[in-house]
Write a protein that binds this ligand. Structure first.
Ligand SMILES: Cc1cc2nc3c(=O)[nH]c(=O)nc-3n(C[C@H](O)[C@H](O)[C@H](O)COP(=O)(O)O)c2cc1C
Length: 169
């Protein structure tokens, strides 16, 4: 089975997980999303970082070119992995892939450190009582995110994709 693992990343979190996926599927091609020049694969696995509640633009543009394929995806995000927000992101990316008649066989996600420059911007832009502002909840979440992806996330990603490939037989 020919497998493509491709990812979009700004600060390296999603690339880290892409490397774990590659560890799980060693004969797969691993490419930055801007390097992909064929979709001639049996399974396409897309990695994206979350930008405003969905895949980032580079990943979105790439996803829109995939039609009638077996796919899976993974993402990293600043919100907690078990949050409603991450569930919504998961559903949204699944829907976008399905719009073009793609089969989605699985997905994985974990928290990822938020660029400190963005945190500084949010502190300036939003009052503390805004959900993006520097209130105790946000400060805790930003702090918790700052250590991810960690070794557990990397191991979980590897195990998840090993099992997914095993199920395909
Ligand atoms: C412009 C921008 C928008 C973001 N929007 C969201 C968002 O809507 N929800 C979220 O949970 N995280 C958001 N994040 C956090 C990133 O998704 C997260 O830090 C991710 O792990 C970055 O991955 P990367 O290192 O591969 O670029 C945003 C980050 C940036 C820079």
């Amino acid at each position: 089975m020919k497998v493509l693992i491709t990812y979009s990343t700004l600060t390296g979190n999603t690339k880290k997980i892409a490397n774990s996926v590659k560890d799980a599927i060693q004969n797969a091609d691993l490419l930055d999303i801007s390097e992909v020049n064929t979709l001639d694969y049996d399974l396409i696995i897309i990695g994206t970082w979350i930008d405003k509640g969905s895949a980032d633009n580079k990943a979105l543009n790439f996803i829109k070119t995939i039609k009638n394929k077996k796919t899976a995806f993974f993402f990293t995000l600043g919100a907690y992995a078990n949050s409603e927000h991450s569930k919504n992101c998961n559903n949204k990316i699944t829907e976008i892939l399905k719009e073009n008649n793609n089969e989605v066989i699985g997905s994985f996600h974990c928290q990822g450190a938020i660029d400190p420059k963005l945190i500084e911007q949010m502190k300036k832009m939003f009052p503390a009582d805004h959900h993006h502002g520097a209130n105790p909840e946000s400060l805790k979440r930003w702090g918790d995110a700052s250590t991810h992806p960690d070794v557990n996330d990397e191991r979980n990603a590897k195990e998840y994709f090993e099992n997914l490939i095993k199920k395909l037989g």
